[in-house]
Write a protein that binds this ligand. Structure first.
Ligand code: SF4
Length: 235
């Protein structure tokens, strides 16, 4: 079938303003949107820029706006859209465009790094591994599915209004270590995010949960963090 793609184009080094270009390509209903972008680039326009790596929903690098909704281009098929084979492809909102569909994710990863996204344990290392029970593993399991695609942070209205807000992805990573029984930095982690740019920036708007391609209950996890911050405050 013939599919039409209206694609956002912008090269800040050469263009004054962004514009949209239209491409028509043949596609199967089972093709991924990423397959279509590849076909357009390989057969029609080698200058079209976008990111992807694994193409199987693992690396999280091809998050885009597809017909006004944030999606992974490798996880969505042509048949998933009821738009008469017409597609509008745009870069992730919130972030600065580097070129076409490629955005600058440095601020996103800086925030991620700021929550110390690694296990901290000041006890003497055991002879073997640090054990974790099944119940604790179940608590943090949703957060382990995060592929850092930035979709949630990009969708979050609070992030759009406040540059300093850590955002759902970084806070979810904080959740992952705060609730990990093997981590001993819980108090300092809670103290770091106990402010309006941290966990209290979240207004429970659920957009993060809505767009997450890994179906992580992000808002619910952040709610657990809020409860813990309050409990620890009382204690
Ligand atoms: S929580 Fe979901 S949407 Fe947010 S970065 Fe992780 S995988 Fe992407």
């Amino acid at each position: 079938m013939k599919c039409t793609f209206l694609i956002y184009r912008f090269d800040p080094a050469a263009d004054r303003d962004p514009h949209y270009e239209e491409y028509t390509t043949e596609a199967e209903s089972t093709d991924k949107i990423l397959d279509c972008l590849n076909k357009i680039r390989w057969e029609q326009d080698p200058a079209l820029s976008y990111r992807y790596s694994c193409a199987h929903g693992i690396c999280g690098s091809d998050a885009l706006m597809i017909n006004g909704r944030i999606e992974l281009a490798c996880q969505k098929l042509v048949r998933d859209f009821k738009t008469a084979n017409n597609f509008v492809i745009e870069p992730l909102p919130l972030f600065k465009v580097i070129k076409d569909l490629v955005v600058d994710l440095d601020p996103f990863f800086e925030k991620h790094r700021s929550v110390q996204p690694y296990l901290i344990n000041d006890k003497k290392p055991p002879e073997k591994e640090r054990p974790q029970n099944a119940e604790n593993q179940e608590t943090i399991e949703p957060a382990l599915r995060c592929i850092l695609c930035a979709s949630c942070t990009s969708a979050c209205p609070i992030n759009r209004a406040n540059d300093d807000y850590l955002g759902p992805a970084a806070l979810l990573r904080a959740f992952r270590y705060i609730f990990d029984s093997r981590d001993t930095a819980t108090q300092s982690r809670l103290a770091q995010i106990d402010n309006k740019d941290g966990i209290w920036g979240c207004r429970t708007m659920w957009w993060c949960t809505e767009v997450c391609p890994k179906e992580i209950p992000v808002t619910k996890c952040l709610g657990q963090v809020k409860r813990l911050v309050k409990e620890e405050g009382k204690a």
